[in-house]
Structures are given as structure tokens and as C-alpha cells.
Design a protein around this ligand. Structure first.
Ligand SMILES: *Cc1c(COP(=O)(O)O)cnc(C)c1O
Length: 482
């Protein structure tokens, strides 16, 4: 499609300024630019059509099924948007005195309490702006804890090989070195490998449970015990709490510190870069190190900000992505104590329903049919049989207005398709997906080579994703620059 600059017609415009009705003022003419900015010149209707055309080429939860494993692309109730758009939340200034923004402080305080309850933690910070940012913040708490004890030898963070890529990255950012432990045959942490990995240099362990294979590790208590006995702390990657919220709490499993992604589990629209929010919770002994300021409630019911005594410092300006936290508060209050566990039950039921039917249809599930909120298909056997890869299956789904599952992750399954239906999808939608996947399987068996050409109906089919990510073309190249 044509870009705005290519649609531009000199002199075409859409603004009609009213006549000047205030006194004209003079200013330093040297401040004027030499040339007018090269903005596209077009009528409002053409501009509107341009953006509508762009919007039609994207895919969101409102367009269709979006089973992007680990990313939890679920429907976000509109009421959250309405609440976060209330002027009492939007028309405030981060530097305004706390006495004049009591409602906002209360919203933060209450959300912190609810998240701490859901996670089994004692304290919470809403500052981190994303999951990876939360991991980094949590690791700073762990570091501060060891250093406060004068223990400078604990420099290593243990991360299972099924971990989300942000885990090792955050550990390195926080100044640690990473020790990888392999998964066992059931997809959980290999206990012997973990025992061999821990020692006096262990700062902690980072774990996702259920992990990225969608499996809850039955050895979780033992895993935390091994790490604690070695003097390390346990960090829970709770980016995706969809399978366990209201049922199992990281704090009860033995974890000391956790982050949650409000933009996955707690219903903030995401994708396309945010804004997100990755609050961090911790047990009481880590609370003195939390980023400040923290909201506190006085005996008279008023709210104010306090600085934790040995705070690791701010990790983000002001109070995090406040309006994202308001959406999460609205979501949790809407569902309530009964609705939260019901949502995770439906997420797990939907995932198991799909896993069972896709397995029956002929797809390979390397870790069995029972899963939590997501599961991984191994397209490897199909590729060996027909030549069609995980990429081919994913690309073919685009022709039917379905967003592909997460591809080639986790890394321990080479032709992985990671499917997360979420709780907000109906049985009809799931059945339709199964029938699509069944048809694609038949197509692959008929002519696996043909699927290398999919998608057949999209304006862009197989972009060079590495170049697109590494050398993005972010501005229009004018003739004179070319
Ligand atoms: C999404 C995700 C993250 C990272 O969250 P961001 O908000 O993208 O930084 C970390 N761990 C797991 C398991 C995730 O699914």
C-alpha cells in the first residue's frame, strides 16, 4: 500500500484556521526554521482511509483467535478502559502533593495488596514497566539481600533451559552470571542437575511454574528447598499467572520474590510494544530493598509515600505505568475472589481441550496431553514426513485469519508451536481452530512443499524478520536523501 508521503499532493490540506482574534506578538525570527517541514499534505478523509487500511492489515484479539503461547492474548473487558479513562486518574500530575491525589494512592495501595495476596507475598512495587523489567528489579532485591549480609561470593543465577529468554538476559543485566540447568524427560527441572549446580556462589534460581511447556513442576517444593539450603533465593517468573491465579501461590511454593505481567494475566491490551507493567512482589525480609516511593496507609485512613530504608533506588520515573495498574485493579475487582480462580480454571480447561483434540487429529505433543494454560506441539515428526515445518503451519493459519501460535519456543523443542487459547475463547472458536489445523495437516500430507509458499492471501508473507528487527526502516526516504 502507498505511504502517506506517496499520497501527498502539494497544497492539499485539512485545517481551516479561524481568523486571528488575539493580539499578534513578535518573536525572535532567527528561531524560525529555514524550510517548511516536509509533512504529507492531504485531506482528512484520505488520512482517515490510510490509517483504516493499515488497521485492517493488523490482527488483534478483536479480529479473531490469537493463541500466542506465553503471551496471553486474551480479551480485555472494555470496562477496564472506561475506568482507566476517568478524569480523576488521567488529569493528575506525578509531582502533585499526595494529599491532593488520595484516590490514586488508594488505587495503588489496594492493587498492591491484591497482587500480594494472589502471589502469596508480603510487599509489592508497581514501578517496573514490563516483565523483564520486573525480573531485573527482583534480582536487584536478591543482590541487595546477599550484599547486606556481606556475602559477596553469590554471583550466579540458576536458570532452567526451558526459561523465557528474558530470564538469563535480566540476570546478566543485574550483574550475575547465568548457570543453565537442563530439563528432565517430563519437562521439569532435573533435580540432580540442580543439586550439582547449587553452591556457595549461588545467588538464586529463576523459575517459571507452570513452565513454558505448560507444565507444573511437581517437585517445586523440593526445588526451592535445594536452593534455600544452598543459601540462594528463589525468584518466580509470574509473567503468566493464568493457570494458577486463585489456586496456587508462588509464596506458598517457597518463592521469595516474583513479578507478574499485568499486560498478560491482568487484562491490559498488549502487543506492539506496550505500555505494560511488571509489578514485583517479595517476602517481608526483602521489602526494605524495594524501589521507592511506596504507598503507605496511616491509622487515620490517609495515604502517603514512604521510601524503603535500604531501597535499591528507583527503577522507573515516578510510579510506573499508573493507568495500566488501574486497568488491573478494575479487572481484579470485576472478577472478585470467585472469578479469579474461575478464569484460570477456564484457561486450563481450554488448553487441555485443544491439546487433546490436536493430539487426536495427528499432531505430536512431546510432553503428553495434560497441560496447564498452554502446551507445545512438536511439528518435527510432520516435517520429517512431509517437509512442512512449524513455520509453514503457522504461516498457513494466517490465510484463515488466525494469529499463529508462538513459534520455535521454548528452544528445547526444535519445531515448536506453543499454543495458549486463554479462558476468553468459546468452544466454537476452539473447534474451528482444530478443524483448521486438521485441514493444514491434510494439506501437508498431500503436498508439504506447497505450504512453503503460505500465506497465499496476505500482502506480506515471509518478511526477512532478522533484517526487519536489526535494520528497521523507520522513516521515509525522500528523493534527495536516496
Ligand atoms: C512475557 C514473558 C516475560 C517477559 O515479559 P515482558 O513484559 O515482555 O518483558 C518473561 N517471562 C515469561 C514467562 C513471559 O511469558
Amino acid at each position: 500500500m502507498k505511504l502517506l508521503f506517496e499520497r501527498s499532493v502539494p497544497g492539499r490540506k485539512q485545517t481551516i484556521f479561524p481568523d486571528l482574534d488575539v493580539p499578534e506578538v513578535s518573536f525572535d525570527q532567527t528561531l524560525l526554521r529555514d524550510k517548511a517541514p516536509r509533512l504529507p499534505q492531504m485531506a482528512e478523509v484520505d488520512l482517515g482511509r490510510h490509517y483504516t487500511e493499515l488497521a485492517k492489515q493488523t490482527h488483534g484479539v478483536n479480529d479473531g483467535f490469537y493463541p500466542l503461547g506465553s503471551c496471553t492474548m486474551k480479551y480485555n473487558p472494555r470496562v477496564n478502559e472506561q475506568v482507566s479513562a476517568l478524569s480523576g486518574f488521567t488529569d493528575i500530575h506525578p509531582l502533585q502533593p499526595a494529599e491532593t491525589a488520595q484516590g490514586c494512592l488508594r488505587a495503588m495501595y489496594e492493587l498492591e495488596g491484591m497482587l500480594a495476596e494472589i502471589c502469596g507475598m508480603d510487599a509489592m512495587t508497581l514501578q517496573p514497566a514490563a516483565g523483564a523489567h520486573g525480573e531485573y528489579t527482583g534480582l536487584l532485591l536478591i543482590r541487595a539481600h546477599h550484599l547486606a549480609k556481606g556475602d559477596t561470593a553469590r554471583t550466579k543465577i540458576i536458570v532452567p533451559d526451558s526459561a523465557h529468554g528474558t530470564n538469563p538476559a535480566s540476570a546478566v543485566m543485574a550483574g550475575f552470571t547465568v548457570v543453565s540447568v537442563p530439563s528432565n524427560e517430563a519437562g521439569g527441572v532435573d533435580l540432580d542437575a540442580l543439586r550439582a549446580a547449587v553452591g556457595e556462589d549461588t545467588a538464586g534460581l529463576m523459575l517459571t511454574n507452570p513452565n513454558t511447556l505448560g507444565l507444573f513442576d511437581p517437585n517445586i517444593l523440593e526445588i526451592c528447598r535445594i536452593v534455600h539450603e544452598a543459601g540462594g533465593l528463589c525468584y518466580y517468573d509470574g509473567a503468566n499467572l493464568n493457570a494458577v491465579m486463585g489456586h496456587a501461590r508462588p509464596g506458598d511454593m517457597g518463592f521469595d520474590c516474583v513479578h507478574v505481567n499485568l499486560h498478560k494475566t491482568f487484562s491490559t491490551p498488549h502487543g506492539g510494544g506496550g505500555p505494560g507493567s511488571g509489578p514485583v512482589g517479595c517476602k517481608a525480609f526483602l521489602a526494605p530493598y524495594l524501589p521507592g516511593p511506596q504507598v503507605t496507609k496511616s491509622a487515620d485512613g490517609s495515604f502517603s509515600f514512604v521510601q524503603p530504608e535500604q531501597s535499591v533506588g528507583k527503577v522507573r520515573s515516578f510510579y510506573g505505568n499508573f493507568l495500566v495498574t488501574v486497568r488491573a485493579l478494575a479487572y481484579i475487582l470485576t472478577l472478585g475472589k470467585e472469578g479469579i480462580p474461575e478464569a484460570s480454571e477456564a484457561a486450563v480447561l481450554n488448553a487441555n481441550y485443544l491439546a487433546h483434540l490436536l493430539s487426536k487429529a495427528g499432531y505430536t505433543l512431546p510432553y503428553g496431553e495434560r497441560c496447564m494454560h498452554e502446551f507445545v506441539i512438536d511439528v518435527g515428526p510432520l516435517k520429517a514426513e512431509t517437509g512442512a515445518s512449524a513455520m509453514d503451519v503457522a504461516k498457513r493459519l494466517l490465510d484463515f485469519d488466525v494469529h499463529p501460535p508462538t513459534m520455535y519456543f521454548p528452544l528445547i523443542v526444535h519445531e515448536a508451536l506453543m499454543v495458549e487459547p486463554t479462558e476468553t475463547e468459546s468452544r466454537e472458536t476452539l473447534d474451528e481452530f482444530v478443524s483448521l489445523m486438521t485441514n493444514i495437516l491434510a494439506e501437508a500430507r498431500e503436498d508439504g512443499e506447497r505450504l512453503h509458499g503460505a500465506p497465499f492471501t496476505r500482502p506480506i508473507g515471509r518478511p526477512d524478520e532478522v533484517t526487519a528487527a536489526r535494520k528497521p526502516c523507520l522513516h521515509y526516504v525522500f528523493d534527495e536523501e536516496a
